[in-house]
Ligand binder design. Structure first.
Ligand code: SAH
Length: 256
């Protein structure tokens, strides 16, 4: 399959500098310790093409310029490498994945990692299933549902090595969404902006009650873009009491 960028370059429909964007993407990945094969880069190009096309008819992303998508969706998603070597784990759940961030970039880069994408908006899950098929991501499934409902099911409860989540909710609420999915000994990692101190403080009780223990808040600059990001890393040290998560809507309305 010819890549979107190659095709568009040949047709003269995009600027040669878009080729530079993908070269830059490859270097940024290398700085994270991720070596991208041409096949994987092609998958990111195809993902970008479909994301932008589908975004015209449904709300998937506010960020559409190629360089911005590369930095703020792709590199940001893959920055997980700073706190977690995904080659050392078997299963990961992305809660509230939206258009597939961070889950799809992780699924492209780590074919050996079983990834479960979860979102409560069925339209978005439709898009994700289409992407999984087009990109031939055999390690990835998309599930429609709310965290509160799915985490109560034996199929999902305490079954994942790692649960990640980006831009879904504040830490006190997010902990109730995510920690029930994580096996004891596993990790919950939240993608956050800067200045997380207050948010983490407000979530201390919730994290403890749900069986978690704060390991660290790792702040960094997103590959020289000026964007400050923080990973909040929480270990699951004890089982989550069976009464959590509470029924759909309650965690957000009445955080622990
Ligand atoms: N993680 C993506 C999307 C963020 S938008 C990104 O960073 O780009 C938040 C997403 O979380 C939405 O798609 C919304 O449908 C989903 N969401 C919100 N609450 C949820 C819940 N309780 N269970 C599952 N998905 C939820």
């Amino acid at each position: 399959m010819k890549s979107f960028v190659t095709e568009q370059l040949q047709k003269g429909l995009i600027d040669m500098s878009d080729g530079d964007s993908w070269v830059r993407f490859k270097s940024s990945c290398e700085r994270l310790g991720i070596i991208l094969s041409d096949d994987k880069i092609q998958k990111f190009q195809t993902f970008y093409e479909h994301l932008i096309e589908k975004n015209k008819v449904m709300n998937l992303t506010a960020i559409t310029e190629l360089d911005d998508v590369i930095d703020r969706h792709f590199i940001d998603s893959l920055s997980l490498r700073r706190v977690c070597d995904a080659e050392m784990i078997h299963s990961l759940l992305d809660l509230g994945t939206g258009a597939g961030f961070p889950g799809i970039p992780l699924a492209i880069v780590y074919p050996g990692l079983q990834i479960c994408l979860v979102d409560s908006l069925n339209k978005r899950v439709g898009f994700l299933n289409e992407m999984i098929r087009i990109l031939n991501l055999e390690n990835c499934t998309a599930v429609h549902g709310r965290a509160e409902d799915l985490a109560a099911l034996p199929l999902y409860r305490e079954k994942f090595d790692v649960c990640v989540s980006r831009a879904v909710s504040a830490m006190n609420v997010l902990s109730e969404y995510c920690l029930p999915f994580v096996r004891t000994g596993g990790t919950f990692i939240a993608y956050k902006g800067n200045q997380v101190d207050e948010e983490v403080k407000a979530a201390a009780r919730s994290i403890k009650v749900l069986g978690g223990k704060l390991v660290k808040c790792e702040e960094f600059e997103l590959d020289d873009t000026g964007y400050r990001r923080t990973f909040i890393v929480i270990n699951k040290t004890a089982k989550t009491p069976s009464r959590y998560p509470r029924k759909a809507g309650t965690p957000a309305k009445d955080p622990i």
